[in-house]
Every structure is written in C-alpha cells, then in structure tokens.
Design a protein around this ligand. Sequence first.
Ligand code: ADP
Length: 456
Amino acid sequence: MRRLVIVSNRVALPGEGAQRSGGLVTGVVDALHHSGGLWFGWSGKLKSARSPPRLVEADGVTYATVDLTRADYDGYYSGLSNAALWPLFHYRLDLVNFTRQDFAAYLRVNALLADTLAPLLKPNDLVWVHDYHLIPMAEELRRVGAAQRIGFFLHTPFPSLGVLAALPHYLEILKSLCAYDLVGFQTIEDLTAFHDAIVRRAGGEVSADGRIHAFDHDLRSGVFPIGVDPDAIADMAARAVKSRTTRRLHESLQGRKLIIGVDRLDYSKGLEHRFKAFACFLEDYPEQRNHVRLLQIATATRSEVPEYCALRQRLGALAGDVAGRYARLDWAPIQYLNRSFSQHSLAGFFRISSVALVTPLRDGMNLVAKEYVAAQNPEDPGVLILSPFAGAAYELDAALIANPFDPGAVAEALQKALQMPIEERRERWRDMMEVLHRNNITAWRESFLGVLGSPI
Ligand code: ADP
C-alpha cells in the first residue's frame, strides 16, 4: 500500500481534534491510521522567526507541523484565504477584500510549506492536498522536484465564471489547479463551473469522463461528496440522549418542540436570514408560539476578520429583537449560544430536535445536515430543512428543501415539518440514511484515492 500524505492548512495533533472534529479531521485521521502516513500543515501557532518542522509520531501516523510568522498569518490566512477566496468562493463579491500584498503572502507561504514538505516525501507517496488555502501547493512541490501523484480536494464551492473572474489572479488559480493530477469537488455544479472556466478562459479541453488538458498539463477531475460515519454518529446519539447535558436541555423544553441550528458563525451560513425566517414563521403561524423553541448554536470563528465581528453584533441584535417581540413571561422563542459543544453533546441535541434548520446561502457540503440525519431516532425521526445552496442538497433530496432567500418559504417548511405525519418522516429519513451509508466518509476517501492512485 502506498503511503498517504495529507496536506491541510491546519493539522489537528493527537487529542486536539476531539472537541471540534469536523469532517476533514475525522476522514483524514481514519485514512492515515488505515494506510500509515504523514499529515503536514500549519501548527496553529505563530512564531517571530521561521523554524524547522516539528514532528510527532502517534499510532503509526507522523504529524509534521510548521509555525507561521505574524506577517504570513495576516497575509496568507486572514488575508487572501479568508478575506478574499472564502467570500469569493461563497458568492459574496461584496465582502471580497483583495490586496496584491495578501496574494504575494499566499504564494510565499505555499512555497515555504512546499519547501518544508518536499524533503519529507518518499518517491511512492500519494499526496492529498485539502482546500482553498493551499491551491498553489502542487505547482510549488513540482518546482522543488516532487514527482509524486498529487491530488487536491476543494471543500468549499467553486464559483461560476462570472464570480470567479472578479479575482484579479483567477487565471493563476486555474493554472495552479491544473498542476495537480486529480482535482475533486463536492458537487456537479462546482465541477461544471471549473470545467467551464477551463474551456472558456484557459483554452483547455475537457472530456466527458473529467479528463482535462490545459496549461500543457493532463489531469483528471471529478465529484467526490464528503460524507460522515452514520453508524458511529447514530451510536453516539443513542448514548448521548441519556447524558446529563441532553436531559437538561430536554427537560427545559417542558414538552415544546425543539428546532435546532448548529453552525460556525459565518456569513455563508445564512444566520440572519434564518432568524428573520423564524420571526416570519411566528408571525404567519401564531398558533405555534409557545410550542416551539429555536436553539441556535453559533461558534465564533475568524474573529480577526472584521466582517465576522460585525456579523456577530448584528446577529446578537437580531436574536434580541425576535425574543423581545415574541417572548412571554414563561416562554423564550429563541435560545442563541456563541459557544461550541463536543460532538457527543451535539449528537444528543440533534436527536431530541424535531427539526433542523440548515439554511446556508452557499456551502460546500454542510456536514451538520448529514450529522443531524444520522443522529435521529429511527422510530421517531426529526425533519431536515435544507437549503438548495448546500452541497448536501445534491444528495439529500428527501429533506424539505427551502430557499433561504425567501423567509415565507422557510416559514412554510417549518410548519410542514412540525406537522409532518410519522410515516412520512420515517420514509424521508430512510431515504436519506441510505444515501449517508452509500456515500459515507470511507467511500469519499477510497473513491478519491482510488482515482488518484490509478494508472492514467
Ligand atoms: P464548515 O466546514 O463550514 O464549518 P460543516 O457543516 O461542513 O461547516 O462542518 C462543520 C463541522 O463542525 C461539523 O462536524 C459540525 O458538527 C462542527 N460544528 C459546527 N458548529 C459547531 C459547534 N458550535 N460546536 C461544535 N462543533 C461544531
């Protein structure tokens, strides 16, 4: 078996991933344990001067991390990655804050990471690079002589050409992507947008099976929707409902139905639209007042990017407005928490929720949608309300699909979910579980690595 090398912006050292283990962490750690391997990336720490990588071995996996300087962090991470590429890839041109200095820092840090990684590579390694922070990595590794197979997976959406072209260096980004041997996306829409840009702006050729010839390179491309481990989540949820935390939440409801939202506090998640839609629901269906509660968990992230602080303030005010308008002496319609919970606690919360509101304005996949479904009680499953702009909607078409830009549609979906007969709930849930089992995290990893490692 070939050794696997994972490259991602942030490496979760052993023990670190437990609190907030997103899909990437779970999928990657499993894969590395399976084949043995190396996980390379930023340590999450800042240093005043560059230092050699730190190597840690645990359970057959080598973790190699580098620290960044403050200037690297500001330009590469907070700047180009999170203030330019992230909003651009999520269709928020109004929030793109591009500077040439940040772009230079992005290239510089990618080159630095490649210089550090190259000596750690073995000739037969399979190298798998993750996400928008590291698009130039293959080009930089090739520059220092790496001849290994290198694949790239984009966890975010890939925007259509009209949006992509707003990035001054978008052709360089396309060229960097074409330096990989395989480029993978979450949905057919992302893949099609990439092909369209290659054909129309880079003069490349794309064949029906996803093979691409562009910038003097041959590569492959495809759709590999990231999954979860539904059985592990189901087990965890079944145990978690008995925990003190979940029981406390359950008792506090006093028989009311719980509607849950769990997100990072990010403008792509559509939280303002969600709060307004919930107010619209309380307005349109007054008989539901006092019978439901919206629990919105929104963990603050990227607080050094100004837009995130502004969003946090607006959301706090909006949650206060909704509560102020509809609360009664013995009922609060909305419970809004800016903290994170363990995966175990979240699984318990999901299981006792009658409805999940997963209504991003744009999202690569949205693993919360899949986690919610996997955590349900098969006898009495809750209902998933899902935005068509989440990658998950391409697979979970048995969810109630509601456009987050239409508060009336989300309000209607809430009413339908709360009144849905048990048979329909079970049928929709079974359909979704079948998809989760078929496209689970192992299938994601094996299908990507299968193509990356296969003869060209
Ligand atoms: P993103 O990658 O944009 O954050 P996803 O929904 O794809 O969105 O993945 C988020 C992951 O982080 C999920 O596994 C989810 O359970 C976890 N998560 C999100 N919000 C919280 C929170 N408040 N506390 C703990 N985990 C969270």
